[in-house]
Structure formats: structure tokens, C-alpha cells
Design a protein around this ligand. Structure first.
Ligand SMILES: Cc1ncc(C[n+]2csc(CCOP(=O)(O)OP(=O)(O)O)c2C)c(N)n1
Length: 349
């Protein structure tokens, strides 16, 4: 599986037909892609351990198995671009350079958390890193990403807004409204559907008219179908660079459907038992991390270089855990601030 780009797109009766991607990123980019994937994986494994110790407050949704997508965009995006994530947004937040410590502390509900412990896993935001929020209402952020893109277009700033969402989200009205608006206004926005096959406990194909919920609908909005192996960091990086360049060149939006799989359940303690074991096993065999590691070794990267990246990620997670656990619980002075938009009744008229 590889990338269908705008120029290479072609269709078959069964939907978009991926065309082999022959362009690989340079070595420095590949090492960066590997570093980010390892960090995201190590962070979320630790988050899961802390959840099992009952230290994570509120719910959380892991994207173990989907790291190549966030990593590819993290590497390809400009530092002033905008990210709009869902409740499954740890990876997208970290991939923009938000430090692990405050993110982990936020999951633990501590005062040193990214949102002072008041947002939790589902509301990670860091405006200074371009992370314009994680949204729990599915599809809600797509029109908001259009707003950010419209602002960038108006200011001629060259920034691009990227919105990540799941396959189930493509059946929400906001998805279609955002796409239509983005195309009509030629907005610099990239829609990234992470098709992990499941929306909560329902297989998306059982409630969706087409096989590829984003790519098969692209033509309805005048867009080329872009179907990518979301477990292949090189293919994802290629697709990300193409879509970002297109947006920056004033050519308007793109929609990417990245085929992937969440290795765990939907949220918290969900064991995901509604999924056939054979399906889980097949996707575990396509785990993006060992696959990418093997590719780098094949390309001649010394194993010691990869081990150093892995050890650095392990140490970073240890430091983040200590930092998060050392945080106090937010007191009344924090709990009662930034939770109400000042302005009272004036907002209503
Ligand atoms: C408008 C709305 N309806 C229903 C829900 C409940 N809900 C939370 S997650 C989810 C499934 C979303 O699936 P998908 O878009 O495929 O994303 P994934 O969780 O797989 O990343 C649903 C229906 C919600 N949060 N918002």
C-alpha cells in the first residue's frame, strides 16, 4: 500500500486505487520520523500504565498503532501551522513539539498540566505550538479548522490548518459542510481522515455507503481521492508534503484518507473484544514502528543510531512521568479561573 497523490490519482470500481510511492524522504527526515514515532509510542504506553495504576483522571483515548500519521505531519508542517485534533489527540499534540511533561501532567489532572489539570486528555491545547485544541464532539473542529485557514488566507500568512479525525466522523454533517466551504473558498486546509475501521464499537463500513469513507467522497467536493497507507511513515510524509504545498500555493484544500488501525480499545479500559482476533493480528503484523525500523536498517542506518533514539525516548518518558507525578492537584485559585468567558449577558445579543 502506498500513496495516491493529486497528480497520480486514479480510480477503480472498488474505490481509489493506490499507486506505488517511489519517493522516499532523505535520511535526516527519516530519522526524525522514526524519533517521533518512538516518542509517541513510548509516551502512550506509559499513559496506559498510569491509567492501570488509576492515576489518569477522566477518560483517555490512545492512538497506539496510528503514530505514523501524526509523526509525518509533525515533521512536514511549518512551526506556525495549525493543528486541530480529536479526543484521540495525544500524538498530534506531541508531534507539534509540545513537551511530554505538561501533557502527561494534564492526563493526571495536575496543576502543572498543559491546561492546569482542568482539561484532561480530551482537551489538549497549546496555541504557542499551533495546537488549536482537541475536540470531543466529533466533527466539531472541521469547520473551526476552516475558520483558521480562512484567517490565514485573509492575512496571506502562508499558514495551513490541518484537521485530524476518524472514519466515523465522515457521517457527521459538519464534515460535509466543512469540505464544501473549504473547496468553495479555496482554503489552505488539509483534512486527514484516520481510517482505523472502527467508530467506538461499530465497524464503520456497516453504517457507511462507501468503502473508503473519505476518499470515495472526495469527488463529490471536486477533490482528488487520496488514499494512503497510514502505517507507512514515508508514504504519509509524502502525502503530507504534497497537501501542505498545495495549500500554501493557494490551490486549496486536500483530503487524505490514511488506512490504519488502533491497536487497543476505543477508550480507557475497553478491551476491544468486538473485533475479530484475526483482524487484530493482521494489523499488529503491520505495526508502523517495527516496519519503519526494519526499513531504516535495510537502508544502512546503524542499529546503534536507532537504539540511541529509543533510549532517549525512554529517558524522556521517565522524566515526564516524574515531572507529572510531582505536580500538585489544582487548588481553588486554579479550578475557578479560565472556565467562564467573561462578558456575561452581552454575549447573548
Ligand atoms: C457529535 C457526537 N456524536 C457522538 C459522539 C460519541 N462518540 C465519541 S467517539 C465516537 C466514534 C468516533 O469514531 P471515529 O470518528 O471513527 O474516530 P476514532 O474514535 O476511531 O478515532 C462517537 C460516536 C460524539 N463524541 N460526538
Amino acid at each position: 500500500m502506498a500513496t495516491t497523490t493529486h497528480s497520480k490519482a486514479r480510480r477503480s470500481a472498488a474505490g481509489p486505487d493506490p499507486t506505488p510511492d517511489t519517493t522516499a524522504p532523505d535520511n535526516a527526515t527519516r530519522l526524525e520520523l522514526y524519533r517521533l514515532q518512538v516518542e509517541l509510542r513510548s509516551f502512550e504506553k506509559r499513559a496506559y500504565d498510569l491509567f492501570l495504576q488509576n492515576l489518569v483522571k477522566g477518560t483517555s483515548h490512545l492512538s497506539l498503532g496510528q503514530e505514523a500519521i501524526a509523526a509525518a505531519f509533525g515533521v512536514a508542517m511549518r512551526s506556525d501551522d495549525y493543528t486541530f485534533a480529536t479526543y484521540r489527540g495525544h500524538a498530534h499534540t506531541l508531534a507539534r513539539g509540545v513537551p511530554m511533561g505538561p501533557v502527561l501532567a494534564e492526563l493526571l489532572g495536575r496543576a502543572n498540566g498543559l491546561m492546569a489539570g482542568k482539561g484532561g486528555s480530551m482537551h489538549l491545547t497549546s496555541v504557542e505550538h499551533g495546537v488549536m485544541g482537541s475536540y470531543a464532539i466529533i466533527g466539531a473542529h472541521l469547520p473551526i479548522a476552516c475558520g483558521a485557514a480562512w484567517s490565514a488566507q485573509y492575512r496571506d500568512s502562508g499558514q495551513v490548518a490541518v484537521a485530524f479525525f476518524g472514519d466515523g466522523t465522515t457521517n457527521i454533517g459538519a464534515f460535509h459542510e466543512a469540505l464544501n466551504f473549504a473547496v468553495i473558498w479555496k482554503l489552505p486546509v488539509v483534512f486527514v481522515c484516520e481510517n482505523n475501521l472502527w467508530m467506538e464499537y461499530t465497524r464503520t463500513t456497516t453504517i457507511t455507503a462507501v468503502e473508503h469513507p473519505a476518499a470515495d467522497r472526495a469527488s463529490a467536493y471536486g477533490l482528488e481521492p487520496v488514499l494512503v497507507d497510514g502505517n507507512d511513515a514515508d508514504a504519509m510524509h509524502h502525502a503530507a508534503v504534497a497537501a501542505l504545498s498545495r495549500a500554501r500555493a493557494g490551490e486549496g484544500p486536500s483530503m487524505i484518507e490514511a488506512l490504519t488501525y488502533r491497536q487497543g480499545g476505543h477508550s480507557r479500559a475497553d478491551p476491544g473484544k468486538y473485533r475479530p482476533q484475526q483482524e487484530v493480528d493482521e494489523w499488529l503484523a503491520r505495526d508502523p514502528l517495527p516496519r519503519y525500523r526494519a526499513r531504516l536498517l535495510d537502508a544502512g542506518v546503524p542499529v546503534a543510531e536507532l537504539e540511541a533514539i529509543e533510549e532517549a525516548a525512554r529517558q524522556a518518558v521517565e522524566r515526564a512521568t516524574e515531572e507529572a507525578k510531582a505536580g500538585a492537584l489544582p487548588g481553588p485559585e486554579l479550578v475557578l479561573t479560565d472556565v467562564w468567558a467573561d462578558g456575561g449577558s452581552s454575549w447573548r445579543n
